[in-house]
Design a protein. Structure first.
Lengths: 255, 386, 131
């Protein structure tokens, strides 16, 4: 978050002499300079490497999605227009629009790809949020503060990956089993994958990764040169969704 | 107080009109209570089309609000006397339209009780923050200007000197509200339809056509109902402004169409295809868009040929179709078309629901009520009521 | 004084209306009753002194909320040196097991409706709905 703020400070200071902007800058300075407990966030950059080939072996498997839905109290709205999705499947051509052609995609075509929030290094959703209800943590997680969200849905318009869901109705009646360890959301706020930051805080990995029996998803710290994610990215070629948009996703798909 | 006493006396006709507007407002208010209780799920919006009629109407009325500058600028900067009588009408139109904009934003919020978070946590990197600053600033400027000007007219004294710089400030400010509103959509990497530098100029061009067209119609209605006559010189000059603005607007739209279709970049062309021929079997907006195109072409013919433009009966019709054409283009097509197809290339149908349309209608009614009351006050001050 | 009758009727009506809550409370006999929240019997220590909690628990919770969600700080060092996880359900409700007899009693009494529970789940309630 601090990088983004510093960046905008430069812009704000140059572009505007408005009092409100000045106040925001002071706020940003004040909160940006506060000491971080533990001090581990700064040298962490969380990322996920997904091996679609491994996942594709088991076509009907939805273990990762079910695990996420369960621990995060994701409602199941029957109406797809109101769907709340943190992690879900799409065919190759929708996950990577414009990249399909008639020959090479035979093995991928119509096969589901696992999608979730990309936790972009340069997240458009954070840029547009008028209340900083969504923000980028120092460890790269694009976080949601559901207490602060005003439900303007600007972030949904800004996200090029369709990773954000809005609570069009009260989600509670649509949750099969309430997990009391995690809050539900209220109607009128936006939500999305948070890389299981609540589990990371307890030293556990993301629920989807742990649920995947095929080990098709690997989660780790890109700032650690010895991490498995780094080894995988070094050894194999990978692609990211819509790289031309400059959002710098932290979800990598091995080819 | 604020000359409002002049709004509570009126003819039977006046009260029937006000009563009808209040009835629509009440219906919308009840629907809003339902939305507050159930959530925005009672609208036609969805995960993929996450902004609908509310935000689209907001966008259109920012244009109407900005267009006040088209009477203020010639009068104050070029000393064009014929606009002297109608500047106040333009400013009151701006006040009403900006209020409507704010209401459209407000009813679109999922958590309206938290809306002040925008001021509590000011975020200069969000265009929505700047939109709030520019809209509320514009509302304040125009409310102040119209009140001060009318008050001094009532007292029969010259307006205070300090109001002149404020009027001059309102001119660039009008441009700013529509520019910032275009920037709301402009800088979103995943939305090819809006990712075009010409969006803000296009917004302004369409605003300067739709706004003055509405002002002509209002002036004509007032002339029918009261002793106030804006004068045919002013109306003709406004018609000329509408002509140029509409030409420029159509030119800009054609530039968009060329860039998208000739470059043949799929995600750019997909939105236009959805709007004008339909995509994946969805042709929801196709009749609307062709209506808009037909009205635009027809209006240009009626505006460009001087004989037609000078015929005031015909001009009234022309203004109606200019307004409708741009209302469809900006108040429906531009926003909804930007969401379909989604970045994941899915086509999701969007049809506003009855409660949603009732809320929209009630905000229109609030705007009309404000216009009615403001114009009533202005004309009472000038003793020009029938 | 032409409208004497009208004016005095109005004044009386005004006085009756403005003092209505007093009469209502007297009639219903609610004035002398406090909210009487039920405190835990097993646990004696809270994260802050009673007086502070009574007046400012909402500020504490708001500060916890911002620290956990926005600053990734998870533990709170209390006045008596103990550390607690900054969690509403996990820490607060661990001792104050009955939300209805603790939180709700005061909130209903003073007529406030905090929106914590629109998202955070009262474990007891969840258990009951499951059972």
């Amino acid at each position: 978050m601090s990088i983004d703020r510093r960046k905008f400070l430069g812009v704000a200071a140059g572009a505007s002499a408005l009092v409100l902007a000045g106040k925001a800058s002071v706020d940003a300075l004040a909160s940006g300079s506060g000491p971080k407990q533990g001090g581990t966030l700064a040298n962490t950059r969380w990322a996920m490497v997904i091996d679609p080939a491994k996942c594709l072996k088991d076509k009907g498997c939805t273990a990762c999605i079910a695990a996420c839905d369960k621990v995060h109290n994701i409602p199941d709205f029957k109406n797809p227009k109101h769907a709340v999705k943190w992690i879900w499947k799409e065919p190759f051509k929708d996950a990577f629009p414009g990249q399909e052609d008639e020959y090479t995609t035979e093995q991928y075509k119509d096969k589901p790809f696992i999608l979730m929030c990309n936790h972009c290094n340069n997240p458009p959703c954070v840029r547009v949020c008028p209340t900083q209800a969504t923000f980028r943590r120092e460890d790269g997680i694009v976080m949601m503060d559901w207490h602060r969200c005003i439900g303007c849905r600007y972030c949904m318009a800004a996200c090029p990956y369709g990773s954000r869901s809005f609570n069009w109705l009260d989600p509670r009646p649509h949750i099969a089993h309430l997990d009391t360890d995690f809050p539900t959301r209220t109607k009128g706020v936006v939500e999305k994958c948070t890389f299981c930051e609540e589990r990371l805080a307890r030293g556990e990995g993301p629920a989807c990764v742990e649920a995947c029996e095929a080990k098709a998803m690997v989660f780790g710290n890109l700032d650690d040169p010895d991490s498995e994610v780094r080894h995988l990215l070094k050894a194999r070629f990978s692609i990211r969704r819509n790289p031309e948009l400059g959002t710098q996703p932290e979800i990598y798909y091995l080819v | 107080m604020f000359m409002l006493e002049k709004a509570v006396v009126g003819s039977r006709r006046y009260w029937i009109w006000v009563g009808c507007l209040l009835a629509v407002i009440l219906a919308g208010f009840l629907c809003y209570l339902l939305q507050l209780k159930e959530g925005l799920g009672i609208t036609g919006m969805s995960r993929d089309v996450s902004w609908g009629l509310y935000i689209a109407q907001f966008t259109f009325f920012v244009g109407v609000a900005a267009s006040a500058v088209m009477v203020v600028l010639p009068y104050y900067l070029h000393n064009y006397k014929a606009f002297g009588k109608i500047t106040i009408l333009g400013e009151f139109l701006a006040v009403s339209a900006v209020t409507m904009c704010m209401l459209f934003i407000f009813v679109d919020m999922g958590q309206p009780m938290r809306v002040l978070n925008v001021m509590l946590h000011p975020t200069p990197h969000s265009m929505m923050f700047w939109d709030m600053v520019s809209l509320s600033g514009y509302l304040f400027l125009n409310a102040l200007i119209s009140y001060v000007m009318l008050e001094s007219e009532r007292e029969g004294v010259a307006p205070p000197h300090w109001i002149k710089p404020i009027i001059l400030l309102s001119i660039p400010w009008a441009v700013s509200i529509h520019t910032v509103t275009a920037f709301l959509y402009n800088g979103l990497p995943g939305r090819a339809f809006w990712l075009t530098a010409i969006l803000a100029p296009r917004f302004l061009a369409s605003a300067f056509a739709a706004g003055p067209a509405l002002l002509i119609l209002l002036a004509m209605v007032i002339r029918k109902l009261t002793k106030f006559d804006a004068g045919s010189e002013a109306i003709q000059k406004l018609a000329l402004i509408v002509t140029y603005a509409m030409l420029i607007n159509v030119f800009f739209v054609l530039m968009e169409v060329f860039t998208s279709l000739y470059s043949n970049i799929p995600e750019d062309a997909a939105h236009l295809k959805f709007l004008f021929v339909g995509l994946d079997g969805n042709t929801e907006l196709v009749p609307w868009m062709w209506t808009s195109v037909t009205f635009a072409i027809l209006s240009l013919v009626l505006l460009i040929v001087p004989r037609y433009r000078k015929n005031e009966k015909l001009l009234a019709f022309t203004c109606v179709i200019v307004f409708l054409s741009l209302w469809i283009d900006k108040g429906i097509g531009l926003i909804i078309g930007g969401f379909i197809p989604s970045p994941l290339e899915t086509v999701t149908s969007y049809v506003p629901t009855l409660p949603e349309m009732t809320i929209v209608a009630s905000i229109w009614a609030i705007g009309m009520l404000m216009i009615t009351v403001f114009y009533k006050i202005a004309l009472s001050v000038r003793h020009q009521l029938a | 004084m032409r409208d004497k009758g009208l004016i005095f009727t109005g004044l009386v009506l005004f006085l009756v209306l403005i003092t209505f809550p007093v009469w209502y409370d007297l009639a219903a006999g609610t004035t002398s009753k406090g909210p009487d929240p039920k405190l835990p019997t097993a646990e004696k220590d809270c994260v802050a002194p009673l007086e502070y909690m009574r007046t400012s628990h909402m500020d504490l919770l708001l500060s916890w909320r911002d620290q956990v969600v926005r600053q990734d700080r998870l533990t709170y060092k209390a006045f008596d040196g103990k550390t607690y996880d900054m969690r509403l359900t996990g820490t607060c409700l661990k001792c104050h097991t009955n939300k209805e007899e603790f939180c709700d009693r005061c909130h209903t009494y003073v007529g406030v409706a905090p929106y914590c529970w629109e998202c955070h789940i009262d474990p007891a309630l969840a258990q009951r709905s499951r059972g």
